[in-house]
Each structure stands twice: as C-alpha cells, then as structure tokens.
Design a protein around this ligand. Structure first.
Ligand code: FUC
Length: 793
C-alpha cells in the first residue's frame, strides 16, 4: 500500500509508536482495567531512585503523587534544635553499669533500661510527600471503553489508555535517571482540553509562578518546610507539540490537537553530610530549572530513548522463566487467583513478583541520593508509618539483599554513601554511650544522621546495627572482587565497626567469653548479656574483617581480631527442645511466634549455619522456624523464604513465598506489613534467588532449594560471590544446563547434583561427585550440559 500521501496528525502517528511499545512480555507487565483510587493499594510506582511518582490513571482527573527522597522534616534547622540522638554528656558509665548488672544475672525490665539509656526522639522528622501533579481532562459524555492502566517493568514505564466514543487517549510516564526529570506524554486522536496544576501540602511555604512562552508553559513553585527551613522547588514544564497554553490562576490550560509532553523536576537543598545536611549556596529552584532546561533541549523522544537504555541496562540483566503462562487476568485479579489451583497462574505471578522486586530497587535506589527507605522512595503522607525512615535492625538491610545476587550492584551505591555519612555521628555515639573508638548506631535512623537510641523499651537497644551495615560493604567486595572498593570504601567502615566492638565487648564471668552487654534480641528481648543475634553479628563482622584486614595488609589489626575471635561467644547454642537458642541461657518458648527470628542471623544473611557443614545447627534452626510458624508480617515471611532456602528446603521456602503473595501482598503487589513496607518485596526477591543459587562460604551452589512447584525453568544473569554470573536451565530431573561467566581468574568451587550425572564437558572440572572445582580465567564463559534425557535418569 502506498501510504506516503496519507496525512496523519502528529498525535496519531505517535499513538502508533506507543502501541508497538506496549507489546511487552507478560512476566514483566502489570495491568489493570480501572484507574487507581487508593494510593497504597492500587496506584503504580515509577521512580529514578531520587524522585518517585505514584500513577493513578484517572480518566477525567489524573493524579501523579510525587516524592523526592530528601524532603524530610526534622533535623538541623528545626525549631527547638536537633541532637542526632546524642546526649551532651557521656552515658558510658550507665551503659557499663547496666551491662555489668546483666552479667551478674540481674533481671531488668525493658522499661527500666529505657528509662536509663533511652532518649526521646527530638525533631527526628518524617519523610514528606512532594505534592501532586494534577491534570484534568475535559471528557465527553460517551462511556469509557477499553480502559487499561499498566506498568511495563521491561520499559520502566507506566501507561494509561482508554477510548471514549471514537476518541482514543494514551498517556505514558517515566522518571529518568540520566535526565533527572519525570516525563509524561499525553496523546489523543482528537482535541485535548487539559488543565494542569501542581498542589503542595500545607506544611511548607510556597511561592508559585505560572507563565507561558510561545511553545510551552511553566509552573514553578518554591519554598521551604516550615519545620526546618529545608528549601524545596518543583518545576513543571508543559510542552504541546502544537498550539498554545494559557495561564489560568495557578494552572495551565491547553486546548489543541497535539500530543503534550509534561516534565517535572523536584529538588531540595539537602546534602547527605553531617552535621548541616544542607548544600551550601544551592538554590533548588535553580537546580530544578536547570534540570528542565536540559530536558527541554533533549526533546521527548531523546529523553525516552535515554531512559529506555538506562533502565534496560539494569533490568534486562536477569531473566527468569518458571513456566508461568501468559495470563488474561489483570494483575489484581491474578494476585487474587493465586493459590487457586492453576499452576500457570501461580508461576506467572511469581515471575512478575520477582521482576517487580528488581524493578522497585532500580526505581527507588540509584546513585546520588538517599537509599531506599521503608517505602522505597514513595510516600504520600506528612506522618508516614515509622516516619518512612531507615530501621536498621532488619529493614534497611533487607532492602539491599537482592542488590548483589540479582545483579543490581549499582543500586547499593546509595546505601554505601548513606552508611559513610553515618560514620561521623556514629563515632560520637560510640564515645558518648560506650566511651569506645570506632562507630555505632542503634535501631533507626533518618535523613539527618540520627545515631542515638530512642525510648521505645522493647526495641530501642540495637548497637549491632553498624556492624551489620558494614557487612554489606564486604559482601559487595565478595561479589565483585573489586579490591579498590575493599580498600577505599569497605575497609574504613568495617574497621570502624570492628574497633567499636573490640572495645565495647565485655567478659562474661560465667565462662570468660566476650559478649555484648547490654544485649536485646531485636524487638523481643529480654535484656541479657550475649543474645544470639548480638554475638552472631559481631562474630560475622570480625570474621570478615580478619579476611579484609589481611587483604588490605593491616596485619596488626587482623591479629587483634583473631585474638578476640578466639574469646568471642559465637552465639550458637542448641537448647532443650532442640531449638537454636535466642539467648545465652536456654529461655526459648516453643509457643512463641514473634516475627523477628533474629537468632537465625547466622543462617541468613550470615553463613555460620549450613546444612552440609554444620548439620546439627541447621537442624536446630529448622526446629526454631517450625516453632515460630510461617504466618507473620510481610518482611518476616520474606526473611523466612531466605532461611528455608539456606536450609535447602525448597518446598518450605515456596510455601512462605506463597503465603506472602496470598496474605501480605496488595493489589499493586506491594508488600504489606501491614501497612505497606517495601522490605518484604526486596526480601522475597532475594529469597527467590537463594532458592536458585547460593554462594556463601566459598562454594557456588546451583539450584540448592528448588521447590516441586518449580518443575522446570530457566534463569540467567544471577550473580554469585567471586564475580561469577550464572545461568541455568532445569527440569524435574534437576539442572540440565549451567553457564558460568567469570570476571576473575582463579578456582571456583561448585556444588550441584548435576555433577553426579553424566555431563558434557566435564573435563573442565576437577574433583568428584557433587562438589567440583573449575579453574576459571577472567572473561571466561563455561557451559555444562547434562548428558542424556530426563527420562533416562
Ligand atoms: C521493625 C519491625 C517492625 C516494623 C518496623 C518498621 O521495627 O519489627 O515490624 O517492620 O521495623
């Protein structure tokens, strides 16, 4: 057909382009047949790490609720001052006295200890909403048809489309990391009549300027939070492909036949640096204007291309196929149908959920901003649950569990930057509470370097948090083999955390061992000396710090750590009902179902408990998990997926995943505690990787915890420690194909039942049975295929 002469309006051409982009795979496509009305349960998240938006997709009135990570109340500049959670005078004598009392066998109520050691949070602050982009569309009276709202994880795009009579409408939204702006595109096959506004919450000052030029209109709002003077600015630029915009009070109106591009930039003058947390001389209104000016220069198609390339470079690294069939169901119905007996539906949801975890990490954690908080980057409230802060007795750490193993190491950069920024106030915490060198912190922190304890009796005492965070740095080294990172970034943080504990540990008169005192099993208690988790975390830190010290050539420090390790209580005891003890004394109640199972830290994310190397402890961990039960809050279920995967019990891990999807997942597939808390999404994603691949303790285990429900499948792009990228294909007989890409030269130890069967190219492997060694070279690619068919096994 000769169609060169057919004239199409520019909007209709663009519509065709969008239609082809919509053909993404089912395993990465969310879709709904109606607009969202509920922020928490239905709206769809997009983000670039720093900025996030929740897309509602309303027909006549669209809402994009905007967030920016650094918009926090509280902290420096607050009325009445801010102390980072630190007392003016030393409390070390009191901490020491409480520790000694506990070592002498005293029983101390958490309330009594909180009275002595706790502190009221003072101007701690809350993560804030940045406001709402609101777009009204004048619609006809025709009924809405073919409505579809989708989140395309592959493309990193949210889309809305519908028809009214003969008129088609399409919108797409993304938040660009390379260009640091939100980009919206509105297309219609007929005239669009739009009214565009931006509304800011009233806990801040706001000067609004609305103006138009020949081809664009702008809404610029700037002001400061009333509580702490943090400056913020938002700039909205509206660019129709043709036609004019008019100013109507604080809104812009457009009436015309062309597609409209909408750009949004949100900025503050926050700087992640103790003690001021302000970027001196930075005017966020200027930064936002610069973002917009640069984006306007690039034009919408270029912005879209740059975003697509940036997103795909991260998201497309991993592919998982569990055999989920393409589903005709919208995502909320797919979730509701989960567990209803259709295996193809179940696998489809699991694949989607896995991909969503990776998507959410990319969208909520990119370099140059704060790490993902309890809600990632998304928040619509002035006082969100738990301040939408950084809890460090499990939650922040869990957010980053998939970062390395799911091949998204870049997303951990904000975590490393954040932890680095906590070291300076953390040193003061070490001095004032323990009279110790190094750095420490407690249960929770905010955007303002809060490092003191709070006064919540049953959770506030958690001085092991810094040691746990430091381990993320070492893990990055183990996965990447990046020695420069180890020397420059990991070692100072690890050494500081270790110096603290070398000084703060106390000697237990019962057995002469070094213990943490006071110690409190997270959110469960009671106050004792040497609770299992405290000991396991410190042991884990010292163990990796010895290795790191040797690698960086700090022999003297390695020797000090070795000496301490010989005296350190490792926190691993089997109690009277066969359980792993939560405390040094055998106090565990087999009827207790508390959500924190912290004393299994050594099983995961630690690695001191292993079903092959320490079967007795693994059995005790299993007893503990059985007693605690499977049902719990979102993140607790997610942790248990990881525990069972480490115990090589794929069916039980899968049962936990199923429970999480069934009972702790909202229609937009966000994890719910309740309320929404993103840690469960990330923890479960990491748990799914643990079921497919593990690499702790110097061995790469291939398909260590495959559930019967995952009868066959393929995965590629997963990461193992030692800088190895792994792909595999399995069926009911086990692994049939294994591919390893090795970034470093050296020996790699592999474990798989696959090696016990006849194998093609087995000559590359040394050893016998399930455990083999491969001598790899940097840049190598090795493939192993199981010989014979499944039926022959
Ligand atoms: C820890 C958990 C709670 C909640 C909070 C944000 O304190 O014990 O369940 O997840 O973090």
């Amino acid at each position: 057909m000769k169609n060169a002469s057919i004239r199409m309006p520019c909007a209709a051409l663009a519509l065709l382009a969008l239609a082809s982009a919509a053909a993404a795979s089912d395993a990465s496509m969310f879709w709904y047949d109606k607009p969202a009305t509920d922020w928490e349960k239905e709206a769809l998240p997009i983000g670039n790490g720093r900025m996030g938006a929740m897309v509602f997709g309303g027909v006549a009135s669209e809402r994009l609720q905007i967030s920016e990570k650094s918009l926090w109340t509280g902290g420096p500049g607050s009325d009445g001052g801010y102390d980072y959670g630190l007392p003016a005078d030393s409390q070390a004598a009191t901490v020491n006295a409480v520790g000694k009392q506990l070592l002498d066998g005293a029983t101390l109520a958490p309330e009594a200890v909180a009275k002595q050691l706790g502190r009221k949070m003072h101007n701690y602050g809350d993560y804030q909403s940045f406001g709402d982009l609101l777009i009204d569309l004048e619609t006809s009276t025709e009924p809405v048809a073919e409505y579809r709202r989708e989140l395309d994880l592959d493309a990193g795009l949210a889309r809305v489309k519908f028809k009214q009579g003969m008129v088609g409408y399409r919108r797409s939204y993304f938040v660009s990391f390379p260009d640091q702006v939100l980009v919206g595109r509105w297309i219609s096959t007929a005239t669009q009549k739009l009214r565009i506004r931006y509304s800011v919450p009233d806990n801040r000052s706001a000067q609004t300027r609305v103006d138009t030029g020949p081809a664009a209109g702008r809404i610029a709002i700037a002001g400061a939070l009333k509580s702490n003077g943090l400056k913020y600015a938002v700039e909205v630029m509206v660019l129709p492909d043709c036609g004019q915009l008019v100013v109507d009070g604080e809104s812009l109106r457009y009436e015309g036949d062309c597609a409209v591009t909408i750009l949004v930039s949100a900025r503050t003058n926050y700087l992640m640096r103790y003690p001021d947390y302000r970027a001196a001389g930075v005017d966020p209104a200027q930064t936002a204007a610069r973002d917009i000016a640069a984006a306007v220069k690039r034009s919408q198609p270029v912005l879209a291309q740059r975003h697509a390339a940036d997103h795909a470079a991260l998201f497309s690294r991993v592919q998982l196929d569990l055999g989920g069939a393409p589903s005709k169901l919208p995502t909320d119905q797919l979730r509701a149908a989960y567990g209803g007996g259709d295996a193809a539906v179940d696998r489809a949801l699991e694949q989607l959920y896995f991909n969503y975890g990776r998507y959410l990490l990319i969208a909520s954690s990119r370099a140059g901003s704060l790490p993902a908080n309890l809600q990632g980057v998304w928040n619509d409230k002035a006082t969100p649950p738990w301040n939408a802060d950084y809890h460090v007795n499990i939650n922040l750490q869990m957010n980053y569990w998939p970062a390395e193993s799911a091949n998204l190491a870049e997303t951990a950069i904000p975590l490393f930057d954040f932890v680095d920024s906590l070291v300076a106030p953390g040193k003061l915490a070490a001095q004032r509470f323990f009279n110790a060198p190094g750095w420490t912190m407690f249960l929770n922190t905010n955007a303002w370097g809060y490092v003191g304890p709070i006064d919540w009796p049953t959770a506030f005492w958690q001085p092991e948090a810094a040691a746990w965070l430091a381990q993320h740095f070492y893990e990055h080294y183990l996965f990447s083999g990046d020695e420069a990172f180890l020397k420059r970034r990991a070692w100072p943080v690890m050494k500081g955390a270790a110096e603290f504990w070398l000084s703060a540990l106390m000697t237990d008169p019962r057995d002469g061992k070094l213990v943490v005192a006071p110690s409190y099993s997270p959110e469960h208690g009671p106050f004792t000396a040497g609770a299992a988790m405290s000991q396991q975390i410190v042991t884990d830190l010292f163990t990796s710090a010895v290795q790191a010290a040797r690698l960086v050539g700090d022999k003297a420090f390695a020797a000090r750590l070795d000496e301490a390790l010989a005296k350190l209580d490792p926190g691993l005891r089997v109690g009277k009902w066969g359980q792993l003890q939560e405390w040094k004394a055998d106090l565990d109640d087999p009827k207790e179902d508390h959500r924190h199972v912290s004393h299994l830290f050594a099983l995961h994310p630690g690695h001191a408990i292993d079903p092959v190397k320490t079967p007795g402890l693994a059995e005790a961990a299993r007893k503990t998990l059985d007693a605690r039960g499977d049902a719990s809050t979102g993140w607790s279920r997610a942790w248990k997926i990881n525990f069972w995967a480490r115990l090589h019990d794929g069916d039980r891990a899968h049962k936990l995943l199923a429970g999480l999807l069934h009972d702790s997942t909202l229609p937009n597939l966000w994890d719910t505690h309740p309320p929404f808390q993103i840690d469960g999404n990330f923890g479960a994603t990491a748990g799914m990787v643990e079921m497919l691949l593990q690499s702790q303790d110097g061995e790469i285990e291939i398909l260590p915890a495959r559930p019967a429900a995952w009868a066959s499948g393929t995965v590629s792009g997963l990461r193992a420690r030692g800088d190895v990228t792994v792909g595999l294909r399995w069926d009911r007989c086990g692994v049939r194909e294994l591919t390893l890409e090795t970034g470093h030269s050296g020996d790699i130890v592999l474990r798989s039942a696959m090696f016990e069967q006849p194998l093609q190219s087995a000559d590359k492997l040394k050893g016998e049975g399930a455990r083999r060694t491969l001598t790899a070279r940097a840049g190598g690619r090795y493939s192993f295929t199981s010989a014979g068919t499944c039926a022959e096994h």
